[in-house]
Write a protein that binds this ligand. Sequence first.
Ligand code: SF4
Length: 408
Amino acid sequence: MKKIELLAPAGDLERLKIAILYGADAVYLGGKQFSLRSRASNFDIEDIAKGVQFAKEHNAHVHVTVNMLPHEEDMDGLKEYLMELERVGVTAIIAASPTIMMCAKKYAPKLEVHVSTQHSSTNSAAANYWKSKGMDRVVLAREATLEEIKQSAKNSDVPLEVFLHGAMCISYSGRCVLSNNMTGRDANRGGCAQSCRWKYRLFEKDRQLNDDMHLFSMSSKDLMGADYVADLIEAGVASLKIEGRMKSAYYIATLVKAYRLLIDEIYEKGRLTPERMKWYYDELAKAENRPTGVGFFEGQPRYSGQLFGINGAGVTQEFIAYVLDYNEETKEATLEVRNNFKGHIEAEVFGPSITTTRFMFNDLYDMDGNVMEVAKTPMQIIKAKVPCKMEKDAMIRKVMVKDRREVY
Ligand code: SF4
């Protein structure tokens, strides 16, 4: 049986490499053209080619979102762009527009075409429809329940991709013009301003229903699907997707590492005990995300699936340093500072292959060997003697609270 794919977002080359090093089987990214979020993309075709090369060296794949719903004025250069993606070795495009899908099939036939979640496919008939049109994978809607995912996998023969973790749209996955109307930024051409998460006063005619201490926002909890990984494997789903092309390298590393271990452990041992799953919940909570819920897996989200008033990150740990090098003999690590921290604090290191370990920092040193009280300049290179094994590309986080329940 083919192992389920772990698919992670890549906002730039650094995050692409981190996702793959930490265990993603494939990454998806948006190019500067024909992609939602293209305004935020750092990937021109040369960078996509570099990403593909890195992925191939690590036995991974690159998918490119070409998921804009193009208007007439957006069509120039589409054919050439798709041919370029094929030439540099991209595995698949993720498309929503039939124009783009058919163009890829005609001019870049080696590219797989994955049907974007923007089509809101929630059943096997929809999946089979796309199969009949020659599509190679269907990304199911975030709104599909676990039962619908199982039925879709059982009754269709096209590979299915399922959202496992990340932000949810309060509308029906992007079928929303709130941002267009309030800011002039088109959600379906990559410009969503997340107007749903702003804070609002509510009025019934002239009467204000909420006071200014309790402003209203239409904000859903993020999805956290750890509890459903075993079900999705058993159902025969092809790919599990982490959302978040705008998220940090630390966020990506934390989630990919945890889900990589979880998937591998389920393949090795079957369903895990509640105690073991608790360890994974805690690991996933170390990413700086919003409070999480189960999305639509159990059916329509209710009150408990929404956030009222809470929109910021509930951080249990803070990313403080990136490990550039580790000397096994001298037990010395070379670190790139990301957030300020003092010596002699409790921290945790995790990395692509080392075991996640808590430790106490000893003294910190600048590159001239002077002891530092505080590492406070982001991107400064420093040295530290550390009591546990580290590795290049590992990350160090400061332990802020022991348990996420202390945050909420
Ligand atoms: S404004 Fe909110 S609900 Fe609308 S598309 Fe953007 S994220 Fe979704």
